[in-house]
Design a protein around this ligand. Structure first.
Ligand code: CP
Ligand code: NVA
Length: 306
């Protein structure tokens, strides 16, 4: 059995297999052909943070695959009143076929997985957002940007940036990360890229990162759970707004991606966002298709690698 907690646990081939499945199932879905790959299976979805895309994509995805999703807000289950994660894991995983969790510390999801009888998927932690980056790469493929890709990520060295670093290190595309000083990616993530001799650079100059890139991406400056840091971050992220002037440094026809929700006037200008809305909302839609690819892949690998 495999869990999907961090991209580090997978090979390039395995990640591309999941995306291939997503592309195949997307084509079927577009024909309104809902193949029940996960017939009668139940996906438990535990949320300790808010969500629009992750919730809707997983819940719709499992339903279209012939199963059902259980939305379990931490406020409504005993976890929110202090029942231990490991007890929650043993109870829920004895009743459902797969679990998706959105939470704070990566250690919490790892603890859940250690006690789970079924595959566990990371729907975002403070450290990683792997399902998002899989959808982002799928969108790059669809828009013809994955060959000779040069991706520039400018913004916070957070869960989204960390996952970009892991994906680039595993798939082998060029990634340039620019973060303000003090907001760099996590040390072990940087070390992973260095160990893999990946084509990933880390710096503090957004213009240098964007120059010549064919994909420009960013994320909110204030992630969920960091609301009290907002005032400080708005000062520290000065110069990181992706606007027309920044996009002009990229390759002509460069793509702009944003995992959403987007805060106009902070990390991206209204103009850049709306000019690239087709790309950004294709990326959002691909969350649905990629979740399906990942769930079907994990289901196909039950009993393997135990
Ligand atoms: N991008 C993303 O994960 O969106 P939600 O927070 O709405 O799920
Ligand atoms: N970095 C953001 C991503 C939201 C999808 C957060 O953690 O809030």
């Amino acid at each position: 059995m495999r869990h999907f907690l961090t991209l580090k646990d997978f090979t390039k081939n395995e990640l591309l297999e999941m995306i291939d499945l997503a592309i195949k199932i997307k084509a079927q879905t577009k024909q309104r052909e809902y193949v029940p790959y996960l017939k009668q299976q139940t996906l438990g979805m535990i949320f300790e943070k808010s969500s629009t895309r992750t919730r809707v994509s997983f819940e719709t995805g499992i339903y279209q695959l012939g199963g059902v999703g259980l939305f379990l807000s931490a406020n409504d289950i005993q976890l929110g009143r202090g029942e231990p994660m490991k007890d929650t894991a043993r109870v829920i995983s004895a009743m459902v076929d797969m679990v998706m969790i959105r939470t704070y510390e990566q250690a919490k999801i790892e603890e859940f997985a250690a006690y789970s009888k079924v595959p566990v998927i990371n729907g975002l932690t403070d450290k990683y957002h792997p399902v998002q980056i899989m959808a982002d790469y799928m969108t790059m493929m669809e828009f013809g940007k994955s060959q000779n890709a040069v991706v520039a990520y400018v913004g916070d060295g957070n869960n989204v940036a960390n996952s970009w670093v892991l994906l680039a290190s595993l798939l082998g595309f060029e990634l340039r990360i620019a973060t303000p000083k003090g907001y760099e990616c996590h040390d072990d993530v940087v070390a992973f890229a260095r160990d893999k001799k990946a084509n990933v650079s880390f710096g503090n100059d957004p213009k240098e990162a964007i120059r010549g890139a064919n994909v420009v991406t960013t994320d909110t400056w204030v992630s969920m759970g960091q609301e009290e840091q907002k005032e400080q971050k708005l000062k520290d992220f000065k110069g990181y707004l992706v606007d027309d002037e920044m996009m002009a440094l990229a390759q002509e026809g460069a793509m702009f991606l944003h995992c959403l929700p987007a805060y106009r006037g902070y990390e991206v200008s209204e103009k850049v966002f709306e000019d690239h809305a087709h790309e950004v909302f294709s990326e959002a839609e691909n969350r649905l298709h990629v979740q399906k690819g990942i769930m079907v892949w994990l289901d196909n690998h039950r009993g393997i690698h135990e």
